[in-house]
Design a protein. Structure first.
Length: 202
């Protein structure tokens, strides 16, 4: 499977934001009244189903997955001196250990399929993805990033003489769509070009 805007799978690189994909799968199986601990094991079949569809029909030439640092990142270190409620990601919803067990199990499945899983300690997945994406673009590849995370949208670009295009692809959601610079500017809530995304998310 390839994104609808892709015209040449032989020059397409698909980068998977593993944590975003996992959160979409988790929200699919776990409703507000459910016990998260009981529902977490239902994530992995959904993730494996999405992965299998990527290999059906026309498929991208290159696939990789991106993971957050296993430990604290430099952003955590920079905000460690602040009050607890103001530290990096202080207000994020905590998920049960079983959620992360399923994520780790899925990562092992990715590896068994020969899909590179990139992680750099002290850095988040989008930081690592930015480095790999720039290399792919410079090599003339188009890049579809499987995520709707706002931080990743800063990488979006149109194809030009310097390299391929980059866009986000919400593959895994029932309303899957692709988001590039034009779609970002047309967004009624934000309407920002990729270059201003870091200012919005700061």
């Amino acid at each position: 499977m390839i994104p609808p805007r892709c015209t040449d799978p032989s020059r397409l690189f698909v980068g998977i934001d593993v944590m975003w994909w996992a959160m979409v799968a988790f929200s699919t199986v776990c409703k507000a009244t459910d016990n998260p601990t009981d529902k977490a094991p239902e994530m992995r079949p959904i993730l494996c189903g999405w992965l299998a569809k990527l290999f059906n029909g026309a498929r991208p030439a290159y696939i990789a997955a991106f993971l957050d640092s296993a430990g604290p990142t430099w952003r955590h270190a920079e905000t460690a001196h602040l009050p607890p409620e103001k530290r990096y990601k202080a207000g994020r919803t905590k998920r049960p250990p079983e959620f992360y067990d399923e994520v780790n199990g899925f990562v092992e499945i990715l590896k068994l399929h020969g899909i590179p899983c990139y992680r750099a300690e002290g850095w988040e997945a989008d930081d690592v993805a930015a480095t790999v994406t720039r290399q792919a673009v410079a090599a003339g590849l188009d890049v579809a990033l499987v995520t709707l995370d706002h931080d990743w949208r800063a990488l979006a670009r149109d194809r030009d003489a310097a390299g391929g295009e980059v866009y986000c692809w919400s593959y895994g959601r029932t309303d899957a769509k692709t988001i590039g610079p034009a779609e970002m500017l047309a967004d009624k809530n934000h309407g920002l070009p990729p270059s201003l995304v870091p200012d919005m998310t700061a």
